[in-house]
Design a protein. Structure first.
Length: 255
């Protein structure tokens, strides 16, 4: 089953690349869009020949650092807030209106305020990526806590279980799959936001590759940046799913 899934996935990518190549060779799209051979050869060449001041590997490393630091803080605070809102009605009443109000605002809309508050340094980039993941993780954790079977909770309390015992034996095992679901969604959002974040006065990173390519009209560099984002996103998502399969083996998602 797994081999068949990989086969169909690879087949889909091959068909897409063939259509892309044919479109650039046979239509007017080729005037503005480089073919996949040019794009991928430029992508792999960038690992040896710098674009700007860094090679591709260093551009990816810079963007990963910019994403993972605020992502870690967003995940930690999101899980804590989600548990508190899900377990305590007072916390739910206090914080949920703010979460529901701020969550629909896209991170890119915060760029002007982030520059005013944090300037053009890394803080403004961290702030945007933090927002991209915090609310998603908080809400999925909240939903996980709310999915706990009340019958189990009441039975445990009747047997004299303390709050910490309830959390470790009932709430946490139920909530962990929801947390991992939120972590995966938030990871994609955070990685997608890296382009917007690196629009804020940057000279390195995969988002910068796209922005600088657009400024000079270099479509190949733009596509190289897009490929770098796509492949790196695929890699980190696969790693996250592998971790989930180990830690949540008892769930359908973990199998």
């Amino acid at each position: 089953m797994k081999n068949k899934r990989l086969f169909y996935g690879a087949l889909g990518i091959f068909v897409f690349l063939c259509i892309w190549y044919a479109a650039t060779m046979l239509t007017s799209l080729g005037r503005v869009m480089p073919d996949p051979i040019t794009v991928f050869s430029s992508f792999f060449r960038a690992f040896a020949v710098p674009i700007g001041t860094k090679t591709m590997l260093l551009h990816i490393a810079v963007s990963l650092r910019r994403m993972l630091i605020p992502y870690a803080f967003g995940a930690l605070l999101g899980v804590v807030l989600g548990v508190l809102m899900g377990w305590y009605r007072v916390m739910d009443a206090i914080f949920m209106p703010y979460v529901q109000m701020l969550r629909p605002i896209p991170p890119i809309a915060w760029i002007p305020l982030s520059i005013i508050w944090f300037g053009f340094d890394e803080g403004s980039k961290y702030f945007l990526i933090f927002l991209a993941c915090f609310f998603t993780i908080a809400l999925t954790t909240y939903n996980g806590v709310h999915s706990v079977d009340e019958t189990l909770v009441r039975a445990a309390r009747m047997l004299g279980a303390r709050d910490d015992q309830l959390f470790t034996t009932i709430v946490l095992p139920t909530t962990v799959p929801y947390i991992f679901s939120g972590l995966q969604v938030a990871l994609g959002s955070a990685w997608a936001t890296i382009v917007a974040a690196e629009m804020i006065r940057s000279s390195e990173g995969v988002g910068w590759l796209i922005v600088s390519g657009q400024e000079v009209g270099n479509m190949t560099q733009i596509m190289v940046g897009i490929v770098a984002i796509a492949l790196t996103g695929l890699l980190i998502t696969s790693v996250m799913r592998g971790v989930e399969s180990k830690l949540c083996a008892w769930t359908v998602r973990g199998k």
